[in-house]
Design a protein around this ligand. Sequence first.
Ligand code: SF4
Length: 309
Amino acid sequence: MSKRVLVAAPRSFCAGVVRAIDIVEKLLEQHGPPVYVRHEIVHNVHVVRDLEARGAVFVESEDEVPEGELIVLSAHGVAPSVYEKCAERGLQVVDAVCPLVSKVHAEARRYAGRGLKIALVGHAGHVEVEGTMGEAPESIVLVETPEDARNLEVEEGAQVAYITQTTLSLDDTADVVDTLRERFPDLVGPPSADICYATQNRQDAVKRICDEATLVLVVGSRTSSNANRLVEVARDRGADAYLIDDETDLDPSWLVGHETVGLTAGASSPDVLVDRVVARLAELGFGEREEVEITREDVVFRLPAELRS
Ligand code: SF4
């Protein structure tokens, strides 16, 4: 009997990633290459390579873009200082920041404006965290773990607020936020969770497939925060789990001893890669594909006005 593959849904692109890629594609069409993009537009090597082949030029800093040229800012958001530097260099900015990241930036500005100390729950070095911290560097402290929360230094009488990176695991943030709340009973938080709908849905779907799958493959690049979290969520549920960029990363020895394999993809991974992994799994004896859908997503973010046509 063929062994099974449970394919989680929702998986792959979220609305923020679709919008960011659409922006670069539209600009390539309307403006022609080169279209400079600050940082990987989304954290996926296949997406980046494909856009590069069509004329996108990825840079890590606006300083690398010739004066007066067009620059797209990635889905992860940037600090206000980046907009200022772009303006100084006369760059034409098209902002592909995800509206849900913009919401976190707005919370940071609001809390800082009220004089609150802000604990940003996130991972050091992630580009989204760097952008959010840049909104109020004097007020924001990065808190990665419950231990960081216990050690957070706050001036006598200061009130504390928290915000979070959009792509963390719900369980990780819950531990940190609970610790903050124990220390600061009047902790202020955002009106609704910062963990975005796409992150939450993909994690919930992985939890569901882990009811049956003993091995979970997550399609995503190492730089993708939300894909890495999916691996962690699967491992927390007791499954073996691996992050793979595509089917060529799949090591057949991982499959030994498993009857049911779970498969998902991070929010920046194209779904075509999932199909390629499914085909490879079929060659390796896992020929029965079953979709496990926990909810349907219908979120769409509109393109900037100048690109709608
Ligand atoms: S993962 Fe969430 S926050 Fe990030 S781009 Fe997608 S919708 Fe936006």
